[in-house]
Design a protein around this ligand. Structure first.
Ligand code: 572
Ligand code: ZN
Length: 354
């Protein structure tokens, strides 16, 4: 039975997470109230809990966590015509102003006034009932589960990374880092036509999952010698350098490897967030016309992500390694932090069990 009371996971201060009652939301014009089903824990949620901040985004007031989510439409606000009560939806967590230059040109992820779930001071949606802009709730096809719906958020990051990299049919792709974002980048790259993908990591266990998810080759990074590792990447690809590299670790040596490994004329997309300042072989990139690009979340990727899953081109389900009921969220965060039991994606179930 769905509960009629709201309960949420609130970060009060660093290391102080509480599962506590929240007010029941009501839908304003253009909004819906969603009865939440599944919320995945992201690395950013873990950082806010255990470090209290990411860069200059600091948790200064109690904040509901969570932004990888799905649920069922529970109530409609005034003027909502595209959704009905009972619709199953994936919730796109960043709602932009819709009016600025960036919004108008479609790069709404770069809107200066975007509000994004669980980025201080904005509340997230790790709770039982949550209010959101109706046009950022994407209806799920019958064949796509609500857990898969929650995974449309990280998959959208992978889709956006591949679009920024220009991944296309026939490409050879290097993905650096086999955490959740490296793995969704691998899945998106394969679905967009990459024929051969190499995934690197410093942990052998993570590479096993990458191989299961479709990486033809994996490379355990056991040195900081970027030129030597780049040669090993090319050797795995039969002597070809990758057309593009998607760097998902943020680690300085890995960014150096990305630049050395990528073929002349290719692109490196920096997805991972590490130190703010890193030393990179910039002339090596520039003189070989290797473009270095960044990404900031995603824009216009949810519909593609949902369609890739609906058509069976991507299977995100193996990413889920752990499930916890909302009431045990503190344990869930600890599992996500330590990676205990080979944790990749920890999923929280928001409703009381039937
Ligand atoms: O799923 C979206 C997402 N984006 C992340 C991190 C985790 N999940 N980003 C990295 C951190 N930046 S930020 O600008 N910030 C804390 C707002 O440093 C946002 C994108
Ligand atoms: Zn995230």
């Amino acid at each position: 039975m769905a509960s009629e009371e709201n309960l949420g996971v609130v970060l009060h201060a660093k290391n102080d997470v509480r599962v506590e009652p929240l007010p029941m939301p009501t839908a304003g014009p253009g909004e819906v109230v969603v009865r939440m089903d599944s919320v995945g824990i992201c690395g950013s949620d873990v950082s806010y809990v255990y470090k209290g901040q990411i860069g200059h985004f600091v948790v200064r007031a109690p904040m509901v966590l969570g932004h990888e989510s799905s649920g069922v439409v529970h109530a409609l606000g005034e003027g909502v015509t595209e959704l009905s009560v009972g619709d199953r939806v994936a919730i796109e967590p960043g709602v932009p102003c819709r009016r600025c230059e960036q919004c108008k040109r479609g790069t709404y992820n770069l809107c200066p006034d975007v509000v994004f779930c669980a980025t201080p001071p904005v509340h997230g949606n790790l709770c039982r009932y949550y209010r959101h802009a109706a046009d950022f709730c994407h209806r799920l096809p019958d064949s796509v589960s609500l857990e898969e719906g929650a995974l449309m958020e990280p998959l959208s990051v992978g889709v956006h990374a591949c679009r920024r990299a220009g991944v296309t049919a026939g490409h050879r792709v290097l993905v650096c880092g086999a955490g959740p974002i490296g793995l969704v980048s691998l899945l998106a790259a394969r679905a967009l036509g990459a024929v051969e993908v190499v995934v690197t990591d410093v942990t052998a266990g993570r590479l096993e999952l990458a191989a299961q998810l479709g990486a033809q080759h994996t490379l355990l990074v056991d040195s900081r010698d970027a030129p030597a590792l780049a040669e090993r990447v090319a050797a795995l690809l039969g002597g070809h350098q990758p057309d593009v590299t998607i760097e998902c670790s943020g680690a300085e040596p890995s960014i150096q490897l990305a630049i050395h490994a990528t073929a002349s004329g290719g692109a490196v997309v920096l997805v991972g967030m590490g130190p703010a300042v890193v030393s990179v072989p910039i002339i090596h990139a520039a003189s070989r016309e290797v473009d270095i690009r960044g990404i900031f979340r995603y824009a216009n990727c949810y519909p593609t992500a949902i369609e890739l899953v609906r058509r069976g081109l991507v299977d995100v389900k193996p990413l889920i390694t752990h499930r916890f009921p909302l009431e045990r969220s503190v344990e869930a965060f600890e599992t996500a932090r330590t990676g205990a039991g080979g944790a990749v994606k920890v999923m929280i179930k928001c409703q009381p069990e039937e």
